[in-house]
Ligand binder design. Sequence first.
Ligand SMILES: NC(=O)c1ccc[n+]([C@@H]2O[C@H](COP(=O)([O-])OP(=O)(O)OC[C@H]3O[C@@H](n4cnc5c(N)ncnc54)[C@H](OP(=O)(O)O)[C@@H]3O)[C@@H](O)[C@H]2O)c1
Length: 348
Amino acid sequence: MTKRALITGVVGQDGSYLAELLLSKGYIVRGITRRASYPHTQRIDHLFKQHDDRDPATQFRVTYADLTDSSSLGNVLQEFEPTEVYNLAAQSHVGISFETGESTLDINAIGPFRLLDSIRRAGAKDVRYYQASSSEMFGASPPPQSEATPFLPQSPYGVSKVAAFYLTRMHRIAYGMFASNGILFNHESPRRGLNFVTRKITLSISQIVAGELDRIQLGNLDAKRDWGFSGDYVEGIWRILQHSEPDDFVIATGEMHTVRDFLGKTFGILDLDWEDFVTQTDRFLRPAEVPALLGDATKARKLLGWKPTVGFDELCRMMLESDLAAKGLTLDQAKAKAKLLKPRRRGA
Ligand SMILES: NC(=O)c1ccc[n+]([C@@H]2O[C@H](COP(=O)([O-])OP(=O)(O)OC[C@H]3O[C@@H](n4cnc5c(N)ncnc54)[C@H](OP(=O)(O)O)[C@@H]3O)[C@@H](O)[C@H]2O)c1
């Protein structure tokens, strides 16, 4: 039987990589997106080119639905009849969740409830459900963090994800649904949103080299994170739903770096000293910080056979190269331009 996957958040970073992965495995994929005043399908435009949306038998289609709108979710479930549901949609920015707490909770916590409840009400007990849970749920719990680590969320985002985590477990226990959580640690890519610290850094470097920007303003440079590659993590997401039983899994690299390390590595690729270009500002500090996240993915390695393939150095290079390429620059061309920058920045 052909598998049918519904992906919420398909126009997001992970949604786009997951759609690619599932299409390559022969799935029929339906993505949902909410209405925006300006098109923002850049991450999946290449998939529209490969799969003609006007063909009734197309393997890939995107329809409008919203995690804050139960009827839209019910409609798409009824019409598409998925065998697997990947709930990736979220207000996914931790810092912004302090400013939009109510809608973050609505989308990230009540949203998964609406989806799970619609699946249950449809009597679709065989549907496998994946919930995009997050290392931010661990918050202030000291590293390393595994499935057994207590949750101590430090933000509305973290709290919303804890609620969704338990709602997913509750549907598993109370109704026997195949509902699993992937507790993913930070994962990045050239498709990462522009206001996440890693992408902000690589994009800013490309702008500095292109002469469009002088300095980057950043908040907490001491935050320690376990950064992996989104392309690797969607493989973990898929494996979680192929497991023989529903369960909860940490997906992480098991390596921790500070924001300073990320700056050092990415600026270092162009032989630049990041301290010449970065201003630390309290403006971006959060009311409560998460000091250190380091995942222990032993369970996923053992039970799912999952492991990351892209390391920290490769991730830094991949993201920087992509942002430079968007400015029409190869790494060598950027290095040459960076050489001219150095004396100017140092006031020589
Ligand atoms: N990346 C990470 O490091 C990480 C780590 C742990 C967990 N997660 C979680 O994993 C999931 C995917 O992450 P990501 O990095 O791909 O995030 P992302 O790029 O921000 O994608 C999230 C998607 O959700 C959509 N969305 C937001 N509100 C919605 C609503 N009300 N109805 C329907 N769609 C809505 C967004 O649409 P718009 O484009 O219209 O805003 C966006 O396409 C998220 O749930 C995130 O919280 C991510």
